[in-house]
Ligand binder design. Structure first.
Ligand code: HEM
Length: 416
């Protein structure tokens, strides 16, 4: 480790935890105090945390062979053989099978559908109504992901699927299980079974019916058993919608807090097909509030970094959040300044990693960015958004980094 911790660090970490209401506060204190390399000082949970361009490059590219994505935690318990939690050849096979459906060349085919799902959700909004953009964004993202990957319109099933999906997300979110791995979690059994039954139903229907050119079809044609197909479907549906939900919701938080940017952006998207400011706002939201704020690994072979060595067998995280707020790299790191992304790259490689990096970078990065662009353009063209009760909003560390307790905004149809 680079330095010895100050004697009152434990107390300050605790205070930051209480003040921020989540482990994000302590991570910031530790990062400020210890630099790019530290270990979380809890008795039953003591992962190493690294951040910054050099460590990110090592974790994502140069020393990635020493690391495993499969861990002993609820993410692995839930997704079981999902592409996110397996390694080696097994990982490569699933990834190769699913990549074509998410390839940039495939994206134009989803564009119209993405806008149609946004329209469908906001057709239900009344003039002057206060809506929670966290909830509404999730509806849009779920409709999109099921339609794009499984050719399934879940419009009428959404009310029944809503709770099971939120339960699946809660199951993999940080919680008491971190300290007490054997904690019984009986309240999850029924909803997770319900979600599985739905996915197995989709597989059975597809096997019995006509083919559709989508991700589900690719898995069926690769001859995987139903259980493996279920694991990939659940992985893609959670990784592919919870992240987009968080991104959309954070953009609304930031625009609500910066009305002049919202005004300028609304004008730009109303007048143009392409909006450089919108791209910059999305990038800046991903910098300040990266939906996946840490990458989780198990060390198979000692990892040698400039600041220290992480021994085999340990759990480690690379912190995207701390990387994106590093004052040594980002000018006014805490400030919302979309303009910083308007002039091309200004910071070193691996200093901006909202989608990870290297061979296991996000498989849905292009899909997620197109979705955000199209949905935001549509909503901003159609409505004015006015923040309500924004003072309570704070980042919550769930499966993704999410604005809680919600993003309430009054919506007014535009009349131009
Ligand atoms: C704004 C949207 C998104 C963000 C910010 C995001 C972020 C990330 C990040 C940071 C990683 C790498 C994590 C690590 O290194 O530990 C990742 C991996 C992954 N993402 Fe995304 N993601 C987004 C959208 C999507 C979408 C739309 C899908 C699927 C349709 C998806 C599926 C996956 C999968 C399967 C992986 C694991 C890839 C592998 O291990 O080969 N993501 N994502």
């Amino acid at each position: 480790m680079s330095e010895q911790p100050a004697p009152d660090l434990g107390l300050r970490v605790l205070r930051a935890w209480l003040k921020s209401g989540s482990p994000l506060g302590p991570l910031e204190v530790m990062g400020d105090e210890m630099g790019y390399f530290f270990q979380i000082p809890l008795p039953a949970f003591h992962p190493y945390v690294v951040f910054g361009p050099q460590a990110n490059r090592a974790v994502l590219v140069t020393q990635r062979q020493k690391l495993l994505w499969r861990n002993t935690d609820p993410v692995t318990d839930l997704l079981w053989r999902g592409v996110l939690v397996v390694d080696g050849e097994e990982h490569e096979a699933y990834r190769k099978c699913m990549e074509p459906a998410l390839h940039p060349a495939q994206l134009p085919a989803y564009a119209e559908m993405m806008v149609a799902q946004a329209k469908r959700v906001c057709d239900g909004w009344q003039a002057g109504q206060v809506v929670d953009l966290l909830v509404e964004s999730r509806k849009i993202a779920l409709l999109i992901i099921f339609q794009a990957l499984f050719s399934q319109d879940i419009g009428k099933d959404l009310p029944h699927l809503w709770q099971p999906i939120l339960k699946a997300i809660a199951y993999i979110s940080p919680g008491a299980w971190i300290l007490w791995r054997q904690l019984p979690r009986p309240s999850f059994t029924a909803p997770l079974r319900q979600l599985d039954a739905y996915l197995y139903g989709l597989i059975a229907k597809r096997r019995a019916g006509p083919p559709h050119p989508d991700l589900l079809q690719a898995l069926i044609e690769a001859d995987y058993p139903d259980a493996v197909i279920r694991d990939q479907m659940l992985t893609m549906l959670i990784a592919g919608h919870d992240t987009s939900t968080a991104l959309l919701a954070w953009v609304f938080v930031l625009l609500g807090k910066h009305p002049s940017v919202m005004e300028e952006l609304s004008l730009e998207v109303a007048q143009n097909d392409k909006s450089p400011l919108l791209d910059a706002v999305i990038k800046e939201a991903l910098r300040l509030y990266p939906p996946i704020h840490i990458g989780n690994r198990r060390v198979a072979q000692a990892l040698e970094l400039e600041q220290g060595v992480i021994p085999a067998g340990e759990r480690m995280f690379y912190s995207i959040y701390l990387t994106h707020r590093d004052q040594r790299i980002w000018e006014a790191a805490e400030a919302f300044r979309p303009q910083r992304f308007l002039g091309g790259r200004q910071t070193p490689p691996f200093s901006y990693v909202p989608f990870g990096g290297g061979p296991r970078a996000c498989i849905g990065a292009a899909f997620g960015q197109q979705e955000a662009r199209l949905v935001l353009t549509y909503l901003l063209r159609r409505f004015r958004f006015e923040p309500v009760h924004f003072e309570r909003i704070h980042p919550h560390m769930g499966a993704t980094l999410e604005p809680r307790p919600g993003v309430w905004m009054r919506v007014q149809p535009r009349t131009h």
